[in-house]
Every structure is written in C-alpha cells, then in structure tokens.
Design a protein around this ligand. Structure first.
Ligand code: PMT
Length: 397
C-alpha cells in the first residue's frame, strides 16, 4: 500500500471527535498524499480551519464562496479525488447522505464524487443505536461506500458504549487499503469463492438455515478483486453486496443449488476458497403447502446433502483448494481431519469458542493449516482476515 501522490478529500462534520482528524491529516501528508479538507460550518466550533490548512498545506473549504466571493467549484474538487473520507460523520450528515439532501458544500462535493467513499461515523451511544442511524448505515453501504464502524469506549457525554470515532490508525489503514496494488500472485487469476448460509426448505414458509451473514466470503471476494483477480462469488442468502465489476455474483438458496453453481465454474478456476456455511442435511420431503400445527409433535426426516468441498477435492486437477472449518470443540484435530479427508491444500479454522470469531461478527480469529504448516492470527476485522488469507495463499502458489 502506498499513499504517495494519492489525492484524498477529507470531509469533516461537527462532532467532538473532529480533533482526531488533525493527526490523520498529518499522517496522510507524511505518507506523501495530497489532502484537501472540506468541513461543514458547525465544525469550525470543534476544530480550526487554520490548523487543518497548515497541516494539509492546502486551503480548507467550508462554503461555495470564499470571503472574497470567489466560487469554490465543488465538482472540480470532487473529481480531483482518488478517495473521499467523511470523518467524523454525524447522524445528521449520515441522514443527508442516505437521502441525497444536498444543502451544504460538503454534501455537494460528496454527491459529485466518483471515487470510493469511506465514512467513519461518531456520535453518542443511543444515537448510534437509533434505528434511523442503523437504517441509514445500511442504505449507505448499499451505495457501495465503506463504513468504518464507530468503536466502543468512553464518549464525550461521559457514557460508555459504541459511538467513538474509530482511531486515526484504523482510518489511516482503511483509506490506505483502497490503494492496494494489484498482486502478481492473483492478477488475472480466476478465483471461485462461496459465501453465506444455505437455506433448506421445509415448506413454502420455513427453512433450516444458519447464522452466516456472508461477510467473510464477500470480504475475501473484494480483496481478491482488488488484487487483480477475476472473481466468481457464489453466495447463499445474504444481505451483503458488491458492485465491483471484477466480481461476478451468483445468488443461490440451497446446498444443492450451491453445488450445481460451483461445478459450473470449478473446472476453470485457479483457486477456490469455500467459506460458505453449507447445510449438512436437508428435509427428505419439502412440503408443497404450509405445514399446519395439527399435531403435538412434528418429526422432519433429514437426508445428507452432498459435500461440495469434498467433491471438489475428489475432482481437483490444477486448482489450489481452500476450505474453512467452523468448530466448537477439538478444533485443530477436526480442521486437520477435514484438510486430509477433503484433499485440500489449505484450511482456515475459526472457532465459536473464540470471542468475536465466526458467524455474523465483523471480526474473526483464524488459524491456517496446510499439510505441513500451521499459523495462528489474532482477532481482526474480516477485511484484514481476508488479507491474511490471501497473503498466505500467495506464498503457496
Ligand atoms: O458469513 P459470516 O457471518 O462472515 O461467517 C463466516 C463463517 C463463520 C461462515 C466462515 O468463516 C466459516 O467458517 N465458513 C465455513 C462454515 C462451515 O460450514 O464449516 P464446516 O466445518 O461445517 O465445513 C467445512 C468446509 O466444508 C467448509 O469450507 C464448507 O464450505 C464445506 N462444506 C460443508 C458442508 C457441505 N455440505 N458442503 C461443503 O462444501
């Protein structure tokens, strides 16, 4: 990752955490980036334009006009940027972004930007937990913007909870990751990735599923695409999205559908990473009408699904095949067993006994095994875990 000559716009909105941006600007400039600051008017009560102008070595924009009535061209500024960061982003600005309300210079720059946008919200804990903020964050993510979640800790109100602006180092790293150079180990390679759960229908209303959100698989796909790979992502039901043109997403529901879709692409793949949580069993009979609650007890007979990964291992020719193992006990033994039984080149173990690991969390803690090696990693964001996994694969290719 190099920030040398990269053009970064930082939009700052009026929150107490705005002071942290001074450090961030200094670090970006030190790393060789060109930084331009746009701040909303209320932000001037929290942080000084003079300080930010000195640190960024550029003028700071607060309005469409300067004091001498010269126009600040928001379109030109927006198109100049390689990336736009909005930090701290207040609940108010989040709502404007989610709804396209363009009533200040910062919003005009944001709405004209064609570059990747990264947003780091900060507010008090109850505001952060408010359903309107949750909804706005979901909408904003669906625009393809990256959210750096607020952190847990002491807040300006004196209360303790989630709402603190992410630390400058986290924001710095996230912005830097936008500029990951293509990786010769992956450039032009065809990578097949599975993500999410599978749903096995019981009747038209109910299903057997699991808690996988799909995030681990989507983060792997995004990281592989960023490194120059051509990615085929086969996902079970998941709200995760990507608009990366190097990722072809195929949505499936059941394990059988995932099996069928995987084998349309496996032969041509160079690398396959199976992070989906596939149901091991499916109802023997899927009722065509909703099952009525007439009986005191209901027994559903289940039959085994095909093991997609095991079949891939059996049919492996040239592919580098990576499996996941989600365990709750005898973790290492079970993971190593799957590595051998499924004829894998590598397996990624995550255990539900590790806090913050596995399903639904934004974080994961993994241990990687190959037939001859093992490497443990600390608890990290799933984006960072995806990078660790691809770095490990790169060494093995
Ligand atoms: O989606 P997230 O919320 O981000 O959570 C990520 C995750 C916890 C789902 C992911 O990190 C993970 O562990 N995925 C594998 C879950 C799993 O089903 O593990 P397993 O040990 O049961 O299966 C072993 C391997 O066989 C997996 O690669 C699985 O995709 C594959 N498998 C399993 C059963 C089956 N019928 N076919 C398969 O291909």
């Amino acid at each position: 990752m190099s920030l040398e000559n990269k053009k970064i716009i930082i939009g700052i909105t009026g929150g107490i955490a705005a002071y942290k941006i001074n450090y961030l600007v200094r670090d970006f400039v030190k790393a060789g980036a060109e930084v331009r600051i746009v701040m909303t008017k209320p932000t001037e009560d929290f942080v000084s334009p003079l300080t930010l102008s000195t640190l960024s070595r550029n003028k700071v924009y607060t309005d469409f006009y300067d004091e001498n009535k010269t126009w600040n061209n928001h379109v030109e500024l927006a198109l100049w940027a390689d990336v736009m960061l909005i930090a701290p982003c207040t609940a108010n600005t989040l709502a404007k972004i989610a709804n396209g309300i363009c009533d200040n210079f910062l919003m005009a720059v944001y709405m004209s930007a064609k570059c990747p946008v990264i947003i780091a919200p900060a507010m008090d804990l109850d505001m952060y937990a408010h359903p309107a903020v949750t909804r706005n964050l979901i909408i904003i993510e669906s625009f393809g913007h990256k959210i750096i979640p607020a952190e847990y800790g002491e807040l300006a109100s004196g209360l303790i909870g989630q709402g603190r602006l992410a630390e400058p180092e986290t924001i710095f790293r996230t912005v830097g990751n936008e500029f990951t150079d293509t990786d010769p180990a992956f450039a032009g390679k065809k990578i097949l990735i599975t993500a999410g759960p599978t749903f096995e229908n019981i009747d038209p209303v109910r299903f057997i599923g699991n808690h996988s959100s799909g995030k681990m698989g989507f983060d792997l796909a995004k990281e592989a695409a960023k490194r120059g790979a051509e990615v085929t992502l086969i996902s079970g039901p998941s709200s995760q999205k990507t608009d990366d043109k190097n990722i072809n997403v195929y949505r499936v529901t059941s394990a059988q559908e995932m099996f069928d879709e995987v084998f349309k692409h496996y032969e041509n793949a160079d690398i396959a990473i199976m992070s989906a949580a596939v149901a091991d069993y499916t109802p023997k009979v899927k009722a065509t009408e909703k099952i009525k609650k007439n009986e005191q007890e209901l027994t559903i007979e289940l039959i085994k699904n095909k093991d997609i990964l095991r079949t891939m291992g059996e049919k492996k020719t040239h592919q580098f095949l990576v499996g996941f193992a989600l365990e709750t006990q005898n973790e290492e033994e079970n993971a190593k067993g799957k590595l051998v039984k499924k004829n894998l080149d590598m397996i990624v173990l995550n255990s539900l006994r590790d806090e913050g690991a596995g399903f639904a969390n934004a974080t994961n803690k993994i241990k990687i095994f190959t037939p001859t090696e093992a490497q443990s990693f600390t608890l990290k964001s799933k984006e960072e875990v995806a990078r660790d996994i691809l770095n490990f694969i790169a060494q093995k290719l």
